[in-house]
Design a protein around this ligand. Structure first.
Ligand code: SF4
Length: 226
């Protein structure tokens, strides 16, 4: 068993070395393909929808799912060019997911699960290296997102621009954490066009920001507040 794992690990390291040798070639080609998919008329229609939602006189609670729906339209266009797929949960296990109390209430309404009552301010999980966590998201079940239709802005926004999830592997994550020069950069893309409206909805007086793990602590382990 151990020798099989060693063989598999060596294979992953070899594939990582090959991917490293490619440089940004694959990611650049994929980003170009995404850009090409978003034709001028598609972009104009999206801009019109986003502007209409921004102007809409409605509560942040009611605008948030509409913003998510627009983001899904972008997801449909870019997903064929991303490594992200059902069953790949590396991000859900290793990356902090900051959400606001607005999104916590949205998830609570969808799941019936009450969020933790947190004091106003911005909270981070102590002991984590920046951008890293060792605690899986509480909504990750069998390597799938159990709240996929209601997942937060940050989960929708980020995507790994590669042909597969090799660079998301535990081996590569461990190399990255150790600042090992054999680590291969994980090229990620973000839906920046939605940031201004998301900020408008969430940045209010008294907004509470915390990791999804703090709003919805797992039953057995609760990341403490800073
Ligand atoms: S909410 Fe869903 S997509 Fe986001 S980190 Fe949790 S399991 Fe992953």
């Amino acid at each position: 068993m151990d020798s099989i794992q060693t063989d598999e690990s060596a294979l992953v390291m070899q594939r990582l070395a090959e991917r490293m040798a490619e440089g940004r070639t694959e990611a650049s080609a994929r980003l170009a393909a995404i850009e090409q998919s978003m034709t001028p008329s598609w972009k104009a229609a999206m801009h019109t929808k986003l502007a209409a939602l921004t102007r809409e006189s409605a509560s942040p609670r009611s605008k948030l799912p509409k913003l998510y729906a627009l983001m899904e339209l972008v997801s449909e266009v870019r997903s064929p060019h991303l490594a992200c797929n059902a069953g790949c949960s590396a991000c859900c296990r290793t990356i902090p997911v900051e959400i606001s109390d607005l999104e916590a209430k949205h998830i609570a309404a969808a799941t019936g699960r009450a969020p933790a009552v947190l004091p106003p301010g911005r909270h981070t999980i102590p002991g984590n290296a920046p951008g890293r966590t060792n605690t899986p998201c509480p909504f990750l079940v069998d390597n799938l997102c159990s709240i996929y239709e209601h997942r937060p802005f940050n989960c929708r926004s980020l995507g790994v621009v590669d042909r597969d999830s090799l660079t998301c592997s535990e081996e590569n994550t461990a190399l990255t954490r150790a600042n090992d020069p054999r680590a291969v950069p994980v090229y990620m893309t973000k839906m920046l066009a939605f940031d201004p409206l998301f900020s408008e909805l969430t940045n209010r007086a008294g907004t509470i920001w915390a990791d999804i793990r703090q709003f919805f602590p797992a039953q057995t382990t609760s990341p403490p507040l800073t």
